[in-house]
Design a protein around this ligand. Structure first.
Ligand code: ADP
Ligand code: MG
Length: 255
């Protein structure tokens, strides 16, 4: 019988160790289609590492990572790239190419993966995706001319143009003023509402995460210590979760 609800992302007993340090230990969770799934925890706890495992950029020391039912741990690079096409990543610092214009940045993946696409069509899609993130008309700007929030939005447009089913956001609101943070969170939510996009949002900013996430997990000392809806985590009895949610242990500002 076909599984009714196949997870988009599935971690099964995943551990990650580097240079003798256990970064993540025995993590198991699933993210379902159309969900906004949050990952919270203090700086340095392994949140970015978790996203890198999800993209197959690094391999777990133990356990399995599966994307839409395909275990990606041991996939050859070419097949891994095919799975990666389903995923868009918004990196912590936007990671734009500084020497390329906004339009060239946004078109980058499209040109590489769809070399036969007409120039006119590329231009049309770039414009449409810049509009989607509220950055219409910024094609000819250079990244250095943009604010942090604008760079993040261009980074999101660059990922969206590949039409991913799953978007991964690493600290999408860190360092942004409240208005810009709200713009980015609205965007994440509207992508879900309009296209049923699945999103994993990693952040140390609890309030902002709780405002948009369907479910949230918390990582502490390498382990998943709680998972549930924002309401459930607000009432969670686990001491570390309580402290984190109440902001008592506000970690160092993530960079
Ligand atoms: N390639 C690596 N080499 C050495 N240490 C690493 C590597 N990747 C991650 N780490 C360590 O893993 C921990 C978690 O890092 P990270 O995932 O960036 O945390 P977060 O995103 O939650 O701030 C840190 O202690 C970091 O030093
Ligand atoms: Mg990080």
């Amino acid at each position: 019988m076909k599984e009714a609800k196949q997870p988009v992302v599935s971690f099964r007993n995943v551990s990650y160790q580097v240079g003798g340090q256990v970064v993540l230990e025995d993590l198991s969770f699933e993210v379902f289609a159309g969900e906004i799934y949050g990952v919270m925890g203090m700086s340095g706890v392994g949140k970015s590492t978790l996203l890198r495992l999800m993209m197959g950029l690094i391999k777990p020391s133990k356990g399995e990572v599966a994307i839409k039912g395909t275990v990606i741990n041991s996939l050859p690079e070419r097949e891994l790239n095919r799975v990666r096409l389903k995923m868009g990543m918004c990196f912590q610092g936007a990671a734009l190419f500084d020497a390329l214009t906004v339009a060239e940045n946004v078109a980058f993946g499209l040109r590489r993966m769809r070399p036969r696409l007409a120039e006119e069509e590329i231009r049309r899609r770039v414009a449409a995706h810049l509009a989607e993130v509220g950055m219409e008309g910024s094609e000819d700007k250079m990244p250095a001319e943009l604010s942090g929030g604008m760079r993040k939005r261009v980074g999101i447009a660059r990922a969206l143009i590949m039409e991913p089913e799953l978007m991964l956001y690493d600290e999408p609101t860190a360092g942004l003023d409240p208005i810009m943070a709200a713009v980015i969170l609205d965007l994440i939510r509207s992508l879900r509402d309009k296209f049923g996009m699945t999103s994993v949002v990693v952040t140390h900013e609890v309030d902002r995460l709780f405002a948009i996430a369907d479910r949230v997990m918390m990582i502490h000392a390498g382990r998943l210590i709680a998972e549930g809806t924002p309401e459930q985590l607000r009432c969670c009895a686990v001491e570390e979760v309580k402290q984190f949610v109440e902001g008592l242990t506000a970690g160092p500002i993530a960079v």
